[in-house]
Design a protein around this ligand. Sequence first.
Ligand SMILES: [Zn+2]
Length: 214
Amino acid sequence: MYVILLGLPGAGKGTQAANLAETTGLSHITTGELFRDHIYRRGTELGRKAKPYYEAGKLVPDELTIGMLRERIAGPDCALGCLFDGFPRTLEQAEALDEALAERGAAVDRVVYIKVAEEELVRRLAGRWNCRQCGAVYHEASSPPQRPGVCDRCGGELYQREDDKPEVVRQRLEVNLRELGKLLDYYEGRVVEVDGQQDIDGVGREILAVISPS
Ligand SMILES: [Zn+2]
């Protein structure tokens, strides 16, 4: 069983994939984990080539990512299948994944789109405030300080990082939305939409119902 979780940043893919991996026994695969394994833990040839991109925060070329992925899905812990979280990110990656699975006589079984309205994502992603003095992190919605703009712990001033400002978050989402749109088109007919605006357990139950063999 090969399952892809799609969604915009903040939709909860990582959390859901980790929980699902536990309940289903499928391996949870993220590109971040693949990169760290190849670059730092094992120091492979693929890792050596990926390192400069990874460390500069740039997109690692598809051929390297795909190479790592191909090795990963052949591993014994993927015998039951796996959950892809944050991958594929582009159309090229989606095509390469289909090819890699076809080589193994397999295919993507389910594509789950965790849908969350853009405004809700802005609220989730843009609500973070940091303390200038002690580094404590607050969130407007889920963990607000007792007094706006003031740290509960040390009384320091709270500020928003550039990345956490609503207009910057909105721009980032727009870019992601364009890529996501292409992927949803590519997987048309294979995508099941799940309501990502319920609580975490509710989303998890809905995904589980979608991926459980009927
Ligand atoms: Zn503080």
